[in-house]
Write a protein that binds this ligand. Structure first.
Ligand code: OAD
Length: 261
């Protein structure tokens, strides 16, 4: 196979597909300047996500926990997400996001299922996006669901109150999915889309987190084609028809795009 043949093959698969669904992960947004999670310098490097981003993190004060310990736990949670929200707001969608939106408008892809909470696909317009893990761009009360804008988190840590104006005791939290929580109707729609797809293009995800990591197999099990673009290996590489490792998503999409246009 010639060096460039793989891009031509992928362009051909996408052109011939009846329905291509894209699944993206944090690697999609590293070229915007955001960190992913599981790379060497990722957000989880040296950290335990169950301590930082799980239902355990925001649990109400336990009987053997002092007020100070509880306040510190909640502060650490909010600080982590304040930093991430600021990062998302200071960066923007990259060329890869824009190419996918263009492919949506041209009918090459029908939907994007994303594990990302940055809203960058949605900001580019087309196609339909299913954000499995929610959004960092809205907040809500953990207890009574009252909605808040992110301005609420943008005060200095002295001015900030983390608790709901309505129910008083509920924690104001980002509208994302934490470890230990179920997914909403976006997962049902994503699963439906995957079941109808004959091609899935998987971009920038380590496929370590369920249930998103099941979706490529919905396509493979029905005889569809799997295309993977990721720096590192993933557990589903063995099922892929085409794999590109070690190259930036934006550069690969650009090459494929030049063969589609
Ligand atoms: P990961 O950090 O686990 O995986 C990102 C993958 O993208 C890694 O395998 C990188 O090698 C690859 N990558 C990074 N930049 C790239 C680039 N420019 N080009 C190609 N590949 C690149 O992120 P996710 O799989 O998205 O969940 O993580 C899944 C979920 O785990 C997240 O949604 C988050 C996290 O905990 C929740 O917060 C619920």
């Amino acid at each position: 196979m010639k060096f460039n043949a793989i891009y031509e093959d992928i362009a051909q698969v996408i052109t011939n597909a009846k329905k291509t669904v894209v699944l993206t992960g944090a690697g999609m947004s590293t070229e915007s300047g955001l960190q992913d999670f599981r790379s060497n310098n990722g957000l989880w490097a040296g950290k335990d996500p169950m301590e930082i981003a799980s239902t355990h993190t925001i649990r109400p004060q336990s009987f053997n926990e002092s007020d100070t310990q509880y306040q510190q736990r909640i502060h650490a949670f909010v600080d982590f997400y304040v930093t991430r929200i600021k990062e998302v707001n200071t960066h923007e969608p990259n060329a890869g996001h824009r190419i996918l939106a263009d492919w949506g408008r041209k009918g090459y892809i029908s939907s994007i299922v994303t594990q990302n909470v940055d809203g960058y696909h949605e900001a580019c317009g087309d196609p339909e996006v299913f954000p499995l893990h929610g959004t960092l761009l809205r907040l809500r009360c953990q207890q009574c669901d009252t909605a808040y804008g992110i301005e609420r988190y943008m005060l200095t840590s002295d001015e900030r109150t983390y608790f709901c104006d309505q129910c008083v005791t509920g924690l104001i939290r980002p509208n994302i999915v934490l470890f230990g929580e179920g997914l909403d109707e976006n997962y049902v729609k994503a699963e439906q889309a995957a079941k109808q797809a004959d091609v899935m293009l998987v971009l920038g995800t380590s496929l370590q987190v369920m249930p998103a990591s099941y979706l490529p197999m919905e396509v493979v099990d029905r005889g569809g084609k799997l295309i993977m673009i990721n720096f590192d290996d993933t557990p589903l590489d063995r099922y892929a028809d085409h794999i590109i490792h070690g190259e930036k998503i934006g550069e690969v999409l650009h090459k494929i795009d030049s063969l589609l246009s």
